[in-house]
Design a protein around this ligand. Sequence first.
Ligand code: PLP
Length: 395
Amino acid sequence: MRYASITERLSGLGSAKWEVHLRAVKLRAEGRDILMMTIGEPDVETPDGLIETAKKALDAGRTKYSNGRGEAGLLDALSKRYTRSTGRVIGADQFLCLPGTQSSLYLALTGISQAGDEVLVGDPMYACYEGVVRASGAKIVAVPMRSENGFRMQAADIETCITPRSRAILLNTPHNPTGAILTADDIAEIGALAVKHDLWIISDEVYEEMVFDNATFTSPLAYEEFADRVIVVSSISKSHAAPGFRTGWAVGSPEFTARVLPVAETMLFGNQPFIADMTAHAVSEPSEVAKAMRGRFAKRAGMVFEALDGVAGLRVNKPQGGMFVLIDASASGLASNEYAHDLLENAGVAVMPGASFGASLKHWVRFALTKDDAVVKEACARIANHAHGLKGMVA
Ligand SMILES: Cc1ncc(COP(=O)(O)O)c(C=O)c1O
C-alpha cells in the first residue's frame, strides 16, 4: 500500500536515541543491578486532591463531548493563571486545551510552519522536537547553545542561523536537558530578533514550576512588544505529577487560536470534561507537588555536583531548574554513546547519551534527578569509580 510522506519523515525517528535506555531495561529484566538515571518522570504520585476532582467529575457525568477550545471552567482558570504570572491580561480566548505539551507543540508547528520552512531550535534540544518539526514538513536548524553561556540560547547565535526560510524560534525554558533558564534580557533580545525577522516564538514551558534556588522564570508572553507572535505550550504533566492524564494547552494571540482552532477540532473534536475539571483545579492554586520536587531535585543536583565535578576529569553543569543534570565526560575521550554504553555495562548506571539531544553534547551525558537520594548517591559513586578506571581520564 502507499503511504503519505509524513510516515517517511517520522520513520525510525529517534530509535537510536533510546538505545542505552532500552539496553538497560533489558539488562534489568535479566536480573542485573542497573541504576536507571535515564528518564525523568515526576517521582511522586498525582496528588489525591486532583484524582478526587477527576472522580467527582466522572460521577457527576462530565463525560460528554466538549468543544475544540476547551471547557469554559478550564479556560477561565488558565486565563486567571496566565494573567497573574505574566502581568498582562491573557483572555480565555487565547487558549486551546490539548492532551499535553507534546500535542500542543504538534498543533502549533502544524499551524505556523510547513515544507520549505525552517524552525530554529537550540542544540541540545528535547529529543521529541525533531518529530514535531519534521511532522509539519519544516526543517530544524540547530542553533548551538554553549556551556560557557550556561547553555542559554543567545539572540546573536540565533541571528547567524536566520535565512529567508526561517519561520519560528522554538524556546524551552527551563530547558531539558540542560536545566538552563532564559533571563529576562535573553528573552527581550530574542523577541526583538523575532520582530526584526518576522518570526514566531514558540515557548515550551512545561518545566515552569521546576525552578531551583534563586533562579527566576520569565515567559516571552509577558512582553507586550512581541506577545502577538508568542505561542506558549505547557501542561500539568510535570508541575502536578500527572503525565498520564495527558492534559495541557497552547496559549497565543486571539488571532492564532482562532486560526488554528479548526486544526484542533479536526484532530481531536475537543477533550475530556472530567480531565478539564481536574486541570482547572490544578492550575488554580500553587502546586505543592512542584514545590517539593523543586527542593528535592535542586538538592540532588547539588549532590551530583559535589560528588562528581572535577573527579577524574568529569565536569558537572549546575542546572537552574528542570529534572536533569548534565555531566561532561570529554576527558574520557569517548563519544557520549560509547561512554554511556561503557558506564552501563561496566558500572551498572544507565544515563542518556548527550548525542540523543544534539551535536553540542557529543561528550556529555544526561542524568535524571528523579530517583531517591540514596540511588543518586550510589549512581555517583559508581560513575566516579568507573571514571577513575577509564583510560584517558585525568587522575
Ligand atoms: C521539554 C519537554 N517538552 C514537552 C514534554 C512533554 O510534555 P507533556 O507530557 O506535557 O506532553 C516533555 C516531557 O518530558 C519535555 O521534557
